[in-house]
Design a protein around this ligand. Sequence first.
Ligand SMILES: [Fe+2]
Ligand SMILES: [Fe+2]
Length: 289
Amino acid sequence: MSSNLRQPPRRHSTLRLFVFKAAETLARMLGGRAFYRSLNLRPGRFDVREELVALPPHCSALDGVSIVQLSDIHAGAFLREGDLGAIADAVNDLEPDLVVFTGDLISRNADESLLVIEDLARIRARFGFYAVFGNHDYRHRRESEIAATYELRGIHFLRNESVRPLGPDSPLVLLGVEDLEEAKSLDIQPAREELRDCDFEVVLSHNPSGARALLSPVTGLVLSGHTHGRQIDLPVLRDLGPHHPGDRVDVDGVPLITSHGIGVIGVPLRVRVRPEIVLVRLTAPKVDA
Ligand SMILES: [Fe+2]
Ligand SMILES: [Fe+2]
């Protein structure tokens, strides 16, 4: 299972990295953070995308469970202390059962994770807040430090681990997978050993492109990020980012939902794609009277 999930890390050329860094530095000096905040992070400037996911008949006990997904915050040059206040308020207004974060907390350095920890720790969820790492979060291999710091604030990183957040008798299982490009290990079999036939498994995988390999045994859904919805959705420029299968695709009947994310990389700009909070509602099939 682990070998066919792994993807080669997507390394940019030295020239491209230099151009990215120069553009980021210039944009920061010109007020890129304030620009991004005012255009994208104020109330009304981001979306709440609701996705209904049908439950199989044996999981009807999960009818009405709500999961809020956040992704790709990319704390750093353009997103810092206090910038997620409106996002945190909007999530709390939804009164979710669960909140999940699908990776890319930082941009370049593990210390950037501290910039947004207070805003994220304000978020409330009835059954907890869980997260996975994205490819950016492994910079300098300090991701364990991030996980330990966030754990103290009630945010639990799942590293090829699963939990039953609604309780030991609930069929809802949350499985967090390490990033498919940067992880040292992708062995998720131990986390699946206690899966029951009637479970509904929700997989958190930052990178959606390995979803086909993940999906074959998944009984529930997959939540991903990484793509930023292309961030700059214009000809040529859109091809600079990751290729992705879309906002929501069904693979053999299993939904794969890919978030547009919250933050940005490179430039403080989104074109034709707003930041978003994804709200997943699990719904039981209607029974005819
Ligand atoms: Fe990202
Ligand atoms: Fe990513």
